[in-house]
Design a protein around this ligand. Structure first.
Ligand code: PRX
Length: 630
């Protein structure tokens, strides 16, 4: 690949080039991919509206670049390895040729159901080979996929389907995750019931369990795949044609449908996969994220397949059937590159190091982390025990909206510093801004992290709500993309991400909007109002602390139980509260704004250092909350 970074000098040279002449830099990389028609212009942009277009008027197809392009040389190479939740169930593999055939067939199935370019398709599936087939088939015919994490509730699924007006839902009978069984089809049915746009549901037989069936709507995957042609020409897509929608939580309101487009996403994700993981031909790559999140989209599916790599899909969890499962999977499949989340590392660290005596991790070359700040202790443990001090760790910072990794060390190239995402990748121009919007120059500084120049895989809009896109990302600081994160730049110019500066909390790498949670808590009939904040949690990174005001005396135990049930129903089990405190009132300013800063301090257990409380309407409330803190 062009501009593949092998030394620190390469990095410096490519970075310089990408800043001085971004268009020729990205053009040289884009040429590595297969285009039906060349672009007329590399980049057009302004951050006011905002309007960003890459590879303008170019035509390409992502599935063609992930599959057809490799058939000449790699038809028999393994593209996907599937590892079941149950270690006794045999793994499955699929070569590039087999995947190509399955994708073509499923594309023809979609077409036979009347799906065409631009239609939205909701994918609500377990980690399976078929979820990848479904995603690639959508991109092959130009349909826009909206993958919803299979841990979301029926209500959350319905919200997402309705927002994008999906006409087709692809799901499965059910699946096991650790000890738990998730009856996906019945959740999908509950959602579909309130989604008038859904015309058909395709159901994959995965767990072989009994399910309810509606003959007017439901179709079996395996029946549809019989007698279908194995040929399907890829739809030539404009670079800026929508590729997929992925919902993510923000400070306020319902989750946003972040929209990514075709050409730029392909180029950036393909380039960063190769560089950030120092991928070499034949490497086995394992990203432990679920396909329902952006990490799964970009670095479990598209990045590896664009590079003709072998990518592992794991259906289970790190602690089932025991805490050695990750290490067994690495040993079994001879994984070379492991990409996981700090929360998984911390969860496994608590079991100690004895387990490593019986596990062979010698295949590993590179380790990665993503999703939340990694603390130094977890970094060291990962480095010493998993990587045996041989494997560099790439701490990758990015977001659903950025499409690909923006700040990360290049393994074996960038000198490492524990807990630092280190330096921006080529093409990325991060800046730190103060509250007034001034750029903070120099090193050894801290501020709000923004990006001042476009990169190919940045989100283009919020689906059908461009104004919200502008307001959320381009209005806090005009002419900058605002990430919502705070960061430090140390003496050497290395970045360390501190965490969100807005009302989003990051629990086990899951982004949770506090406003969304409050809306659900407030649905409880005894609740008048509530405020949710994050607090440091040893394993999850952040825990969820809710302060709740009730109408009268309540049975607290019952209240907690009922609110947890509501949250599971409305959002999903991963958003359950860690702590709930019933309070007489919330600390509010005279204008009625909740002072979350104070609640955060109390949740952290720091009650001596609450700062200025003089602007509160009723400062005595704070003392009351403090004394009853959990
Ligand atoms: O706060 C940052 C944190 O996760 C947020 C993005 O979440 P999401 O869109 O769900 O995407 C997660 C996977 C890319 C960011 O705003 N975050 C992500 N990676 C890191 C991180 N925080 C610190 N260090 C990271 N490496």
């Amino acid at each position: 690949m062009q501009r593949f970074i092998k030394t620190f000098k390469d990095y410096e040279q490519f970075y310089k080039e990408s800043i001085e002449n971004p268009e020729s830099f990205w053009e040289s990389i884009a040429k590595e991919f297969y285009w039906r028609e060349n672009w007329e212009k590399v980049l057009e942009w302004e951050f006011h509206t905002p309007n960003v277009q890459w590879f303008v008027n170019g035509k390409c197809n992502l599935s063609e670049n992930c599959l057809d392009r490799h058939l000449e040389n790699k038809a028999n190479q393994i593209a996907l390895i599937w590892e079941s939740n149950d270690p006794k169930v045999a793994s499955k593999i699929m070569t590039y040729q087999e995947l190509y055939v399955q994708v073509c067939k499923f594309s023809n199935v979609l077409k036979s159901l009347g799906i065409k370019k631009g239609d939205r398709i909701c994918i609500y599936m377990p980690m399976s080979l078929e979820v990848v087939i479904a995603m690639l088939a959508c991109t092959r015919i130009g349909a826009i996929h909206s993958v919803v994490f299979a841990g979301f509730s029926a209500a959350s699924l319905a919200d997402r389907i309705n927002d994008a007006e999906c006409s087709l839902l692809i799901t499965a009978d059910g699946f096991h995750r650790g000890e738990k069984y998730i009856s996906l089809k019945s959740i999908a049915d509950d959602a579909s019931y309130i989604c008038p746009s859904i015309q058909k549901t395709i159901v994959l037989k995965h767990s072989n369990t009994e399910i309810s069936w509606k003959s007017s709507k439901d179709l079996w995957w395996h029946e549809l795949m019989q007698n279908v042609s194995e040929n399907c020409q890829p739809e030539p897509m404009d670079s800026e044609d929508p590729l997929f929608i992925l919902y993510t939580s923000g400070s306020t309101g319902k989750p946003k449908g972040v929209l990514h487009t075709t050409g730029g996403y392909m180029v950036y994700v393909g380039y960063t996969f190769k560089n950030v993981f120092q991928y070499e031909e034949g490497d086995i790559f394992w990203c432990t994220a679920d396909v329902g999140w952006i990490t799964g989209h970009s670095y479990l599916v598209y990045g590896p397949l664009l590079n003709g790599a072998t990518t592992v899909l794991f259906e289970g969890i790190p602690t089932y059937p025991d805490h050695g499962r990750f290490w067994d999977v690495i040993d079994k499949h001879k994984v070379n590159i492991l990409y996981t989340a700090p929360t998984a590392i911390r969860a496994l660290e608590q079991f100690g190091n004895e387990i490593f005596k019986t596990k062979d991790l010698s295949s590993l070359k590179v380790l990665g982390t993503v999703g939340e700040p990694i603390n130094e202790d977890a970094w060291q443990w990962y480095y010493e025990n998993v990587g045996k001090k041989r494997c560099p760790i790439t701490d990758t910072w990015w977001q659903t909206e950025t499409g690909g990794i923006l700040i990360a060390p290049i393994p074996g190239v960038t000198p490492l510093k524990p807990a630092f995402a280190t330096l921006p990748l080529p093409g990325i121009q991060p800046v730190l801004l103060d509250e007034k919007g001034n750029e903070i120059h120099g090193n050894d500084v801290e501020g709000n992290l923004c990006i001042k120049f476009p990169w190919p895989s940045m989100a283009r809009t919020v689906y059908r709500n461009h104004e919200r896109f502008k307001q959320t990302y381009f209005s806090t600081y005009p002419n900058y993309y605002f990430t919502g994160d705070g960061a430090k730049r140390d003496k050497e110019g290395y970045y360390r991400i501190i965490g969100r500066v807005d009302d989003v909390i990051n629990v086990s790498g899951h982004r949770i909007g506090t406003g969304e949670l409050e809306d659900v808590i407030n649905m409880h009939s005894a609740v008048v109002e509530s405020a949710v904040v994050g607090y440091p949690h040893d394993i999850k990174g952040q825990g969820i602390y809710a302060f709740v005001v009730c109408v009268g005396p309540v049975d607290e135990e019952a209240l907690v139980r009922e609110i947890q049930t509501l949250i599971i129903e409305k959002i999903g089990v991963f958003s359950k509260l860690d702590k709930l405190q019933v309070v007489k009132g919330l600390p509010k300013t005279r204008s009625g704004k909740i002072m979350r800063r104070i609640l955060r301090k109390i949740a952290e257990g720091d009650t001596t250092n609450l700062g200025d409380t003089s602007t509160l309407l009723d400062p005595s409330i704070v003392d009351l909350i403090k004394t009853e803190a959990k």
